[in-house]
Design a protein around this ligand. Structure first.
Ligand SMILES: Cc1ncc(COP(=O)(O)O)c(C=O)c1O
Length: 367
């Protein structure tokens, strides 16, 4: 059998090796010069005033919600169709994730459903740019509540008005796990236009110590959510070739679209509409109604193609059912999409032949 096609694979080359080696040789492995360099390069690339690097996207969401003033019992309206971390971060601060259904086309939080879920206790909105497609931020901004954006999957995405996702001024969180558009192994970044938020994030990621304080003096509760200089050096090298990496993903997405368009009943990622542009992260299809998604995953595996049910609905996960009493039927659009969603292998260096093999395997799995 030919070689298995993986779900994801980072692109790492001599530039990344050199960057990491330089840090190792310098001896400044953390809190060195690469941290600010990475943050400044990231902020400049997006066209936003500030960026704070953190140890993961999850850590970034946690700090961004704290900066939005989340307190015990506060509600945060968010999407049930996301990676579990976006809801978990609300629970870390003893907030209540209030889910609202998604738009069946973009798969992002539906602004009307979100507006209907707002109460007097709503402290913030947490839209997710799922699969790299820009959430409808102008509609959420009209609700006049603090916004934390989960942009963990959306580096490179652009809103219709030309603003990069993450550059509208709210705290927006990116993630750099190895399947993401750029990787630092593990890592994340929070962007914001507010210098006071930047100051708070930088302090809380470093045990609550202000930059001008003496060693071991701390004026607030903090965490160790730092990103090492080794990781930041890797991030700088990856960011320098972001256009190449995003271009590779767009190319593979176009190949998939062409190869899969004729497959009866198969749902494809929505094309860019109204000026919004996706930052390609994953290629997720929805199996035709009546097909068994999990059997499709097994059939693909037998043909040497990795795939994954992606994403399961958060409110139906055991923890969320038990803790918050959620039941099937609450968010029908999300539940229908989650039951049929299937992530196919997707990475910048995928060849035409690999895409054709996946398409053929999917065709015969669904036949
Ligand atoms: C939508 C979303 N939110 C949050 C995260 C969490 O990021 P991390 O894994 O870096 O903590 C991810 C990463 O997979 C994600 O896809």
């Amino acid at each position: 059998m030919s070689e298995e096609i993986p779900l994801a694979r980072p692109v790492l080359g001599p530039a990344e090796e050199r960057a990491v080696l330089e840090v190792l040789r310098s001896g400044r492995l953390s809190l060195g010069p690469r941290l600010a360099e990475f943050e400044e390069a990231f902020a400049a690339r997006l066209g936003v005033a500030h960026a704070s690097a953190v140890s993961s996207g999850t850590a970034g969401l946690h700090l961004a919600l704290r900066a939005a003033g989340l307190n015990d019992g506060d509600e945060v309206v968010t999407s049930p169709f996301s990676f579990v971390a976006s809801a978990n971060a609300i629970v870390y601060e003893r907030g209540l994730p209030v889910f609202a259904d998604i738009d069946p086309v973009t798969l992002n939080l539906d602004p009307d459903a979100a507006a209907a879920a707002v109460t007097r206790r709503t402290r913030a909105l947490l839209p997710v740019h799922i699969f790299g497609y820009p959430a409808n931020l102008p509609a959420f901004e009209r609700l006049q509540l603090p916004i934390v954006e989960d942009a963990c999957e959306a580096l490179g995405a652009v809103h219709a008005d030309g603003t990069a996702v993450g550059a509208r001024g709210h705290a927006a969180v990116f993630a750099f796990y190895a399947n993401k558009q750029i990787t630092t192994g593990e890592g994340g970044m929070i962007t914001t236009s507010d210098p006071a938020v930047k100051e708070r994030l930088d302090s809380e990621r470093n045990q609550g110590r202000a930059t001008d304080m003496g060693w071991l003096d701390h004026d607030r509760l903090g965490f160790n959510y730092r990103l090492s200089d080794i990781a930041c050096a890797l991030g700088i090298a990856q960011l320098e070739r972001l256009d190449e990496l995003l271009g590779g993903r767009s190319r593979v997405a176009a190949l998939y679209r062409e190869a899969l368009e004729g497959l009866e009943g198969l749902g494809l990622p929505c094309p860019d509409t109204g000026g919004d542009r996706r930052g390609w992260f994953v290629f997720v299809v929805q199996v035709p109604r009546g097909s068994d998604r999990d059997a499709t995953v097994r059939a693909l595996a037998q043909r040497g193609v990795q795939s994954k049910p992606y994403l399961p609905a958060i409110h139906l996960m055991s923890y969320y059912r038990e803790r918050f009493g959620h039941r099937p039927g609450e968010f029908p659009v999300c539940e229908d999409v989650a039951a049929r969603s299937l992530a196919l292998p997707f990475f910048p260096e995928m060849s035409e032949g690999q895409v054709a093999r996946v398409a053929e395997a999917l065709r015969s799995a669904l036949a």
